[in-house]
Write a protein that binds this ligand. Structure first.
Ligand code: CU
Length: 118
């Protein structure tokens, strides 16, 4: 019985037991409200439905030609909030590609498209 428990704990920690816990899913982000203005740095807040392992998470800026730039991220005010430092950008279409580790050990990768407006 003890051994079974140990195996269960091991599987849980490796993330093999899916859907017992929710993955980190973006439930909201500040780009919905306001797109960045040209040549102005902006802090974009992403809200996830679960606790985030910030040190294992990455957010990239994707610009024309599929160019990826790693951005600085920090903890937001609330649990599950991630603040992304978006540098000054010229007019055009961009995306944020995020790879977020939830506290349950699951990795979520997705893309948020946005445009830089005048
Ligand atoms: Cu999960």
């Amino acid at each position: 019985m003890k051994q079974l428990l140990q195996i269960t704990v091991l599987l849980l920690s490796l993330g093999y037991v899916g859907n017992l816990y929710a993955h980190a899913v973006v439930t909201d982000h500040s780009l919905k409200i306001e797109q960045p203005k040209a040549n102005q740095a902006k802090k974009v807040e992403l809200t996830f439905n679960s606790k985030i392992e910030l040190g294992l998470s990455q957010v990239y800026l994707v610009s024309k030609g599929d160019k990826h730039t790693l951005l600085t991220i920090s903890k937001g005010a609330k649990q599950g909030n991630v603040v992304v430092d978006v540098p000054p950008l010229s007019l055009g279409e961009y995306a944020l590609r995020y790879k977020i580790f939830a506290a349950d050990g699951h990795l979520t990768e997705d893309l948020i498209h946005f445009s830089v407006t005048p």
